[in-house]
Design a binder for this molecule. Structure first.
Ligand code: KIV
Length: 287
């Protein structure tokens, strides 16, 4: 009998090669258990810096640190076996210079064993993307709404809704592809513009609030599961996990309060032994 061939983990070029072949499926993931489930269905998993808001209760992604990304990145790599794992570079860890970006991205890759990093920005980050890719770090770019710039943008606002914004956004997507990014996230982008960019560039566009015209889709897992209390218009809730969690916790609290849990089947019985030695004998003493 021959052993099944172990499926190797997808790599950045595998994702690029999926453009116009099949819709690319992806989700964010921050921990090992959900990564193991999502791994069965996703081409890549993103350890997004949205974890600052979703897992840690921050109002924006700005406070997220490199150490936080590394802890969650490691967990997701441990949970996933086949999907490419991409880890977000947090605000302040890459913008200053290409050399700084390389130092921090290399640390992320060494300490998490992920297959790529993601960073926000188009034209302004092109030099950095090229620098990283030339030195062995696959980069996913992120244009449109870039949440790390929330304090400049003045809110989580849809991009490209007026035609005067199109040229700069199209140029952002074109230039990150030219710089060597293997894919680009388009976030909160008007649908006709997302379609135009997807048609124009040679790398996959991964949409989040950017329409079905994109080459792939990503959502924050907790949003699509129905766990996040507030979600954007573009999120479809595929589950009702918050309700399921609350129902389970309520049932647990009721059973504990009523003395119905734990029942006999949840308790350990004594093991049958030969007659127990008298207290204080040599055998009953622990070494
Ligand atoms: O941080 C994140 O989760 C992201 C996705 C929204 C693409 O960047």
């Amino acid at each position: 009998m021959s052993l099944p061939v172990a499926r190797r983990r997808l790599m950045a070029p595998d994702i690029t090669a999926l453009k116009r072949v099949k819709p690319i499926v992806s989700l964010t993931s921050y921990h090992a258990h959900t990564a193991a489930i999502a791994d069965k269905y996703c081409d890549f998993l993103l350890v997004g810096d949205s974890l600052g808001m979703v897992m840690h209760g921050y109002e924006t992604t700005v406070p997220v640190t490199l150490d936080m990304m590394i802890v969650h990145g490691r967990a997701v790599v441990r949970g996933a076996r086949r999907a490419l794992v991409v880890v977000d570079m947090p605000f302040g860890s890459y913008e200053e210079s290409p050399a700084m970006a390389f130092r921090n991205a290399a640390r992320v890759m060494k300490e998490t064993d992920c297959g790529a990093v993601k960073l926000e920005g188009g034209t302004r980050m092109a030099e950095t993307i090229r620098y990283l890719v030339e030195r062995g770090i696959p980069v996913m770019a992120h244009v449109g709404l870039t949440p790390q710039s929330i304090n400049v943008l003045g809110g989580f606002k849809t991009q490209g809704q007026t035609r005067d914004q199109w040229a700069a956004l199209e140029e952002d997507a074109r230039i990150v592809a030219e710089a060597g990014a293997f894919a680009v996230v388009l976030e909160a982008l008007a649908a006709p513009l997302a379609a135009r960019i997807t048609e124009a560039i040679p790398i996959p566009t991964i949409g989040i609030g950017a329409s079905a015209a994109c080459d792939g889709q990503i959502l924050v897992m907790e949003d699509m599961l129905g766990l996040s209390p507030r979600v954007a218009k573009f999120v479809k809730k595929f589950g009702a996990v918050a309700t399921a969690i609350e129902d389970a916790i309520q049932a647990y609290a009721e059973e504990v309060s009523a003395g119905r849990f734990p029942a006999d089947e949840h308790a350990y019985a004594m093991k049958e032994t030969a007659e127990a030695p008298p207290q204080g004998s040599r055998k009953s003493r622990k070494n």
